[in-house]
Every structure is written in C-alpha cells, then in structure tokens.
Design a protein around this ligand. Structure first.
Ligand SMILES: [Zn+2]
Length: 143
C-alpha cells in the first residue's frame, strides 16, 4: 500500500468535480478537490484559471477508472448487473433486451453525471414530453 496521491482529473466545472468526488466517496474511495491557487481566493473564476483538481490515491486509480468506466457504460452493459441503479427491468418491446434506458430520446450513451444533472433539473423539466425508453441493443425507442 503506498499513500502517494495523484491528480486524477482536472475539472473546469466545479459542479462536475463535486459530483465525481461524491460518486467516489460513495464507493469508498478517499479523494479531495484542490483548487488552483488563485481560484481558492476567487472560486467563481475556476473556469478562467484552470479548474479544480480531483486528487486520489495512486493505488485507487485503477479501481476508479473501472468504476467510472462502468458508470459510463452502465446503459450499454450486458453481463453482470451494475449495483447502483435501475429499480425495475424494462424489456425492449422489439428485441426483448433488458438493455434499456429511460430518458431523453437519444442515440448517444449517457454519462452518469448527465443523468444526475438531468435528475436535478427534472424539478423544472425543460424537455417535457420528450422522454421515452431507449433500447441499447437494437436502438428501438418506445414509451
Ligand atoms: Zn431492442
């Protein structure tokens, strides 16, 4: 076990940085956010100054990579179930796959923080009426 830390990622959006940090802490990883010197004094200028750094233990990097990769591929995952999501299974009405996500009609993969952010903004739904199930196996979209 070594306790060296590394900069895992630099975020230009402090909210995103905090979401990832919370995600890692949820999963039991130690991590913290470090501002660039000046942005500590002027937190609102993160974007102009170079963002905030997510610091993690070097030993955790592989597992964190894996965790975040799983998050990013959760909805195109087949094989073992990711533990952190999906209350009930929806089956595609065309191909019967359970590789189905609910959300904005889209052909793109979701990042988990996009889902999170969508969840937060869902209080004021900006795209109401445009949601549907999307099959990641055959691409079929349905209500
Ligand atoms: Zn399908």
């Amino acid at each position: 076990m070594n306790d060296r830390t590394v900069v895992y990622k630099t975020f230009y959006n402090p909210i995103e940085g905090n979401i990832v940090k919370a995600r890692l802490e949820d999963s039991g990883f130690s991590c913290f956010l470090a501002d660039e010197n000046v942005s500590t004094i002027y937190p609102l200028y993160n974007q102009a100054i170079g963002g905030i750094k997510l610091i993690v233990f070097e030993d955790d990097v592989d597992q964190i990579n894996q965790l975040l990769a799983e998050d990013n591929s959760t909805l195109v995952h087949d094989g073992e179930e990711p533990q952190h999501q999906q209350e009930e299974k929806i089956l595609c009405e065309v191909c019967g796959s359970d590789n189905v996500g609910y959300g904005m009609a889209t052909k793109k993969k979701f990042s988990w923080w996009v889902i999170l952010i969508s969840f937060f903004v869902a209080v004021y739904p900006p795209f109401k009426g445009n949601k549907c199930y999307h099959c990641y196996n055959c691409g079929h979209e349905f209500k």
